[in-house]
Ligand binder design. Structure first.
Ligand SMILES: [Zn+2]
Length: 484
């Protein structure tokens, strides 16, 4: 039996805590935790359910980290706890820390196993009971149950993706349990069914998180089994099979947008990023005041604008360059996916990460023309370092040759850094090999990709690029910067 809102204790917080603890202690052996630990942990977790309850969370951690408790002890405790108290986002964050980072491997394993099993049970029982009659409309009108479900999906996502001690057998069992929920409610939960955000508020976003949980639980994912189980069809199924990516849009993207997603993903070598979902929060009915209500926790993903491909267009090049106008939808996709390349391939590699920091620093903060993306305000990349790489992608993925010409023109005019930036981006896309990729794009988001030979100096740094039979040579200094 999972969390049921009707058994919640009413009254002030302190009265609720006292009544709760008494009830918990009076019930027959709800857990094998020592009685004093049960009492402190219960009171601390109730307090940690509110925002900014750092000391309470710390008191809970002290007990959760005791090595003498195993998975069965925690299962007993949390089953009793969640029967009376909903999981909240702050409590979920508080529990994730010891589950993932407790010093003892035994504790991490015990918490990951106990929490994942309980959370899957909570998610399954809430969805089963709410979808049997009202097609999920009650989820939108019962804030405590919604919060419990949202936080349960979030914490499960975190443990499924980062929990290195969650066993294969548990993962398979949890995957099958969630799969059974979809099987029991195919007319609401299968992906090919478009939900009505007014009649079933929040359900499209919760359903999207359910796919995310399912997708993260089984490692590696069996794409054929997943698409059949979750009801992904057509292009959505193809994106899962071809790119290991789920699109969370309540079926709101049109064919051209889905084609564009496929096209950009075909350009980026899969080893360079770790993106597992692309979402569109507005299409999911998942925003209040511009912010997502359900945040998708687990493996990395990104959210894009819903602009149609033939909607707004942008030119990512400055005035000392030829304009290259591309659809905003694709410009955003290029940018966001390259944030993921930055996080995975650049920040995940010490040498590339150090080199990127170096070239941002040496470009300085006073003259935007020292950056390829010089249309951004003075000092922008000094304070927004995380935008540097993704920003170059706006140009490189729209027209790599024009980006190179811009860098060369600036070099001749005395701004030497854009050329170092171009070579850095080309180096990341070389994956350490002797070729890199040049990309061009037409006004309809049709990409063309060319494999371009490169050469390296004795230190492995790119000092030659061959484009259309012409070899461009660069002389580098000891630090790897172009001097002529
Ligand atoms: Zn950005």
């Amino acid at each position: 039996m999972g969390y049921l809102p009707r058994v919640r204790v009413k009254g002030s917080t302190s009265a609720r805590v006292a009544a709760f603890v008494l009830a918990l202690l009076a019930s027959p052996a709800p857990a094998a935790l020592a009685p004093a630990d049960q009492q402190t942990l219960t009171a601390s977790l109730i307090a940690a359910s509110e925002r900014d309850a750092v000391p309470a969370c710390g008191r809970a951690h002290a007990i959760l980290r005791r090595e003498r408790y195993d998975s069965a002890d925690f299962t007993g405790f949390f089953a009793a706890f969640f029967a009376r108290q909903p999981l909240t986002e702050p409590l979920s964050a508080c529990l994730a820390r010891p589950a993932l980072h407790a010093p003892s491997e035994r504790t991490r394993e015990a918490l990951q196993e106990a929490l994942a099993a309980l959370l899957v049970g909570e998610i399954a029982s809430i969805l089963d009971s709410h979808l049997s009659d009202g097609r999920g409309s009650a989820l939108g009108s019962d804030p405590a149950t919604f919060e419990h479900l949202r936080a349960s999906m979030g914490l499960l996502g975190t443990i499924a993706f980062e929990g290195e001690h969650l066993s294969r057998a548990s993962r398979a069992a949890h995957y099958d349990r969630l799969k059974a929920v979809i099987e029991a409610h195919p007319d609401v939960l299968e992906k090919h069914v478009t939900l009505d955000a007014r009649r079933q508020p929040k359900l499209a976003a919760l359903r999207a998180h359910l796919y995310k949980n399912l997708f993260d639980l089984r490692v590696p994912i069996d794409a054929a089994d997943f698409v059949a189980a979750a009801g992904f069809r057509g292009r959505y199924a193809a994106l899962v099979r071809d790119h290991g990516l789920i699109v969370l849009d309540n079926n709101g993207f049109d064919a051209r947008q889905l084609e564009a997603i496929d096209a950009v993903l075909r350009i980026i070598p899969p080893g360079l990023h770790a993106v597992r979902h692309i979402s569109q929060h507005e299409l999911l009915g998942n925003t209040v005041g511009g912010k997502p209500v359900v945040r998708f926790r687990g493996s990395p993903g990104l959210n894009v604008f819903g602009t149609p491909v033939d909607g707004a267009a942008v030119n990512p090049f400055p005035t000392d360059s030829e304009p290259v106008v591309v659809p905003r939808f694709c410009a955003v996709l290029q940018h966001e996916l390259n944030h993921a390349v930055n996080a995975h391939a650049v920040r995940g590699d010490r040498a590339l990460s150090r080199r990127m920091d170096r070239i941002i620093e040496q470009a300085g903060g006073s003259d935007p023309r020292q950056f390829l993306r010089s249309t951004l305000p003075e000092g922008f990349f000094a304070t927004h370092r995380q935008e540097f790489f993704a920003s170059i992608a706006n140009q490189y993925f729209s027209d790599s040759v024009e980006t190179l010409l811009l860098a060369l023109r600036r070099f001749e005019a005395g701004w030497r850094e854009p050329l170092n930036q171009f070579l850095f981006f080309a180096d990341v896309y070389s994956g350490g090999s002797d070729t890199t990729l040049f990309v061009a794009q037409d006004p309809d988001c049709n990409y063309s990709v060319h494999t371009v030979p490169i050469g390296r100096d004795a230190n492995g740094r790119i000092d030659r690029i061959t484009w259309q039979g012409v070899e461009l040579q660069f002389k580098l200094d000891a630090a790897g910067n172009v001097i002529r």
